[in-house]
Design a protein around this ligand. Structure first.
Ligand SMILES: NC(=O)c1ccc[n+]([C@@H]2O[C@H](COP(=O)([O-])OP(=O)(O)OC[C@H]3O[C@@H](n4cnc5c(N)ncnc54)[C@H](O)[C@@H]3O)[C@@H](O)[C@H]2O)c1
Length: 252
């Protein structure tokens, strides 16, 4: 692999400040590959501090993706800094362990608001600043839960939101393909982050090791590598796909 797959590309990544998260691992990898990276996250996750740690000119911006004005403001800050957005990674997410009957209207709003509406809103904010016919790419982080109806740790509203992200990704690919903007999804299986801490008990890891053909759960850096592939020219003829990154947990 060359060492600069994203040389001089501007990448905006949502939900990317949390230590040990997929977003931060992606931001670090992209920066190492030459990208100028804007880390978006809730204020509480200290995106500026995360960016300072990465270095390479990364910037951190507070942005709650459920707030359309915050999405616009964050994208405008990145554009003021670098002029455009070449790569957008919609990674912000959260989950709740619930059974169907337990999901309240507020739960549904929260989870679908961050995952599905957030993906739509941040993309809408970025789109006017994404260059046409110049290798721009959108990567949406979905989940194995969307494919197999849960079974990891997300509740049914999480599965529905992530499945919505897959449909949205395909619609983006269809609409934006003629403009030279690609859109793809990554569907991680169980990955070792704080998000999945509850599911990462020794017992669960042991069960996953047995159930997953590759014998272990994933690392954030391995999801980041899939995002890099879809963000870079390595995947120049790939759009509308869901890239499974799950150690073979779901083979179809
Ligand atoms: N860890 C797993 O096993 C796993 C599996 C499949 C999919 N995923 C998906 O990967 C993505 C990253 O998850 P992770 O495991 O790194 O978890 P994480 O909790 O480390 O990261 C999620 C990030 O999203 C941010 N976020 C939450 N609400 C937000 C909002 N309203 N606006 C902006 N940012 C917000 C959080 O602050 C956090 O930084 C999520 O979309 C998650 O659904 C994770």
């Amino acid at each position: 692999m060359t060492s600069s797959l994203l040389e001089n590309r501007v990448a905006v990544i949502s939900g990317a400040a949390r230590a040990r998260g997929i977003g931060l691992a992606t931001a670090e990898l992209f920066a190492r590959q030459g990208a100028r990276v804007a880390i978006l996250d809730l204020e509480a996750e200290a995106p500026e501090a995360a960016a300072a740690k990465i270095g390479c000119g990364a910037i951190g911006l507070a942005c709650d993706v459920t707030d359309p004005e915050a999405c616009t403001a964050a994208i405008e800050r990145a554009v003021a800094e670098w002029g455009q957005v070449d790569v957008l990674v919609n990674n912000a997410g959260l989950t709740q362990r619930r059974r169907l009957a337990e999901v309240t209207a507020d739960d549904y709003e929260l989870v679908t608001g961050v995952i599905l509406k957030g993906t739509m809103q941040l993309t809408q904010a970025a789109l006017p600043h994404m260059p046409r016919q110049a290798g721009a790419a959108i990567v949406n982080v979905a989940s194995l839960s969307a494919l197999q109806g849960g079974g990891v740790f997300g509740g049914p509203h999480y599965c529905a939101a992530k499945a919505g992200v897959l449909g949205l990704t395909r619609a983006m690919a269809r609409e934006l393909g003629p403009e030279g903007i690609r859109a793809n999804a990554v569907a991680p299986g169980l990955t070792l982050t704080d998000f999945s801490r509850g599911a990462n008990s020794d017992e669960n890891k042991h069960a996953a090791a047995k159930a997953y053909p590759l014998g272990r759960v994933g690392r954030p850096s391995e999801i980041a590598q899939a995002c890099l592939f879809l963000a870079s020219e390595m995947s120049s003829y790939v759009t509308g796909i869901t890239l499974d990154v799950n150690g073979g947990a779901y083979i179809h």
